[in-house]
Design a protein around this ligand. Sequence first.
Ligand code: AMP
Ligand code: ZN
Length: 134
Amino acid sequence: MDECIFCKIIEGKVPAKKVFESDRIVAFLDANPASPVHILVVPREHVPTLNDIPDGDPILGEMATVARMIARDLGVAESGYRFFINVNRGGGQVVFHLHAHLIAGNDFGTLFIHMGVAFSILWRKLLRLVRRDR
Ligand code: AMP
Ligand code: ZN
């Protein structure tokens, strides 16, 4: 866990462009985007793979809820997006801290989507500044 890059991002020890944070889930931009919108939805708790989630654990549903909220905020909910999890090496998993990919925007409105992502990051920064001033 000490060496887990996503744990470090969640703890703020490694920089990432976070677009969502709650007590259970963090979402940030993928460092090597496969598409104009490429966001990783990650539980705060270090769980290596989908296989390691106990039966009945609500975390997957919570990740999906966050993903569709972000998709809606970025204006891609209706046009469409992909939401998927790679599991283990054979499934393409490279980082062994559970995460789901939210990918959209290959074929339309690229600039618009970039602006949406940038705006949501700026908005969060602004909110943080305002809260710190109080
Ligand atoms: P997966 O193949 O499902 O394990 O995906 C891992 C993803 O994490 C890849 O899309 C990488 O580009 C992304 N990634 C790796 N390191 C970082 C990082 N430091 N910040 C943001 N994304 C990262
Ligand atoms: Zn981790």
